[in-house]
Design a protein. Structure first.
Length: 459
């Protein structure tokens, strides 16, 4: 085979990946493609062009998720597509359900070029390879196949994160998410329209889901393992913290008369950082990643600081204990500074286990490729975690150099990316042939209502 002319070859994948990394590129080899910016639009346009030129049908739904669809099963023989657990409004009675694979193309501010984008591009090439393999073998698949670019996984511009996949999975309400605004007051609905991705298409109906991603940690690198397969996700919750002081003159106001919101907020930040010391090493991670200071003038004592604290652990009880400890400490800080601090629970996501059948499927695929594999938990949130509420999902990792992510230094080697594409191709081939479709886990997947699914996630 002439791999130079093969659109699904390793060299073609690397060319595509490194081209996409030039869109929104930063000076230090990162990218800045926050959701629904012009850079995000350019990346979406690239995906649309690539997919359509390779025989995919592209759909965009109401929350801006992009689906590059391959109808592998003839509609006439697909039978009824009324599969329990499908997203609301997704009925497509002319086709069999779809195996979905993918990730996201948006990034954090000054983020890395691998996070998310690798998973989408790997999925495009894996889907094309599966299509070619089926054509060559003459095998008839059970399900169709679609590659998805989920909207706003990062949550950097619009909170909460993992928005598009959570709407698709029935965890978040569509209209509520469309009304979310960024710090400039622009709503999701307005931003979608501004870049012409306010879609009206019916999304494909999922039967299973698979995603490959960079680890964003250093376990695989430290243990010299090729692939990680995710067994479960960490419990996570955020605290929406509003520190309300009084605006005054930085020069003319006596220190005793000040109610400085930023000084109190600084102590809250330290409390969030130090609460991890109340638990065993690595049992809890915490951070305050966003601050909005008002009025943010060099000669005005700040009157308000809004921040979001993030708490995560494998053990939900640890997060709850840390949260209660922080609320007590924050109340003491408010009293000491004679100001008001409002704290609200926000974006609570329960711990979820991925189906063991999917873990075993990934392990077999890796073994068939002659690679090494390790089971892991994911500390970070991913679209696969949202999808795992609604359909059986498989989540896999490739190594991250130095374990760093959400920064320009984020890096994964070409060799590791190519290994991941091969494994994803193998897993996807098994999924379109019907693997995991009959997996049942109580009320989690088959027959679960949107209300039941949504009850496990609090925004």
């Amino acid at each position: 085979m002439n791999h130079q002319a093969d659109p699904s070859s390793d060299s073609a994948f690397l060319t595509a990946f490194h081209h996409v990394a030039t869109i929104g590129a930063t000076d230090n080899n990162g990218v800045d493609r926050q959701a629904l910016t012009l850079e995000d639009k350019q990346t979406r346009d690239w995906m649309r062009t690539w997919a359509e030129s390779n025989g995919f049908e592209v759909r965009v739904d109401a929350i801006g998720n992009m689906f590059a669809c391959l109808q592998l099963v003839p509609a006439a023989s697909a039978g009824s597509a009324d599969v329990p657990g499908s997203p609301v409004g997704s009925a497509d009675t002319s086709a069999a359900p779809y195996v979905l694979i993918g990730s996201h193309l948006d990034s954090q501010p000054l983020g890395g070029r691998f996070d998310g984008a690798y998973g989408v591009i790997a999925a495009l090439f894996a889907a094309l390879r599966v299509k070619e393999e089926l054509a060559e073998s003459g095998q008839r698949p059970t399900f169709n196949l679609a590659v998805v670019n989920w909207f706003n996984e990062e949550g950097g511009r619009f909170a909460p994160s993992i928005m598009g996949s959570s709407v698709y999975a029935g965890l978040f309400d569509l209209e509520e998410m469309l009304a979310v605004t960024d710090l400039a007051g622009t709503s999701v609905a307005e931003a979608l329209a501004a870049i012409d991705y306010d879609g009206t298409d019916t999304p494909p109906e999922a039967i299973t889901y698979a995603e490959i991603h960079i680890e964003q940690g250093r376990i695989l690198e430290r243990e010299a393992m090729d692939i990680g397969v995710v067994e479960s996700s960490w419990y996570t919750q955020k605290l929406d913290i509003d520190v309300l002081g009084e605006q005054s003159h930085t020069g003319a106001t006596a220190m005793a008369d000040r109610h400085d919101a930023l000084v109190a907020a600084a102590k809250v930040v330290l409390a969030v950082a130090e609460v991890v010391g109340e638990f065993d090493d690595e049992a809890l991670v915490s951070s305050v990643g966003q601050h909005v200071v008002e009025p943010n003038s060099p000669i005005v004592v700040p009157r308000r600081v809004h921040m979001v604290a993030d708490l995560r652990s494998s053990d939900p009880a640890i997060v709850q204990t840390a949260r209660d400890s922080l609320r007590r400490q924050i109340a003491e800080i408010a009293r000491a500074h004679d100001i008001t601090i409002n704290v609200e629970d926000f974006d609570i996501r329960d711990k979820r286990h991925f189906p063991p059948e999917g873990v075993e499927l990934a392990e077999k695929a890796v073994a068939n490729e002659g690679l090494s594999i390790r089971r892991l938990e994911t500390m970070a949130g991913h679209d696969s975690v949202a999808m795992n509420h609604r359909v059986p999902a498989v989540m896999m990792f490739v190594p991250s150099v130095d374990g760093v992510s959400h920064c320009e230094r984020e890096f994964t080697t070409d060799e590791d990316m190519l290994r991941g594409v091969r494994v994803l191709t193998s897993v996807t081939g098994e999924l379109v042939r019907g693997q995991l479709a009959d997996v049942r886990d109580g009320e989690v997947w088959v027959g679960r209502s949107v209300a039941e699914a949504r009850s496990s996630v609090t925004v």
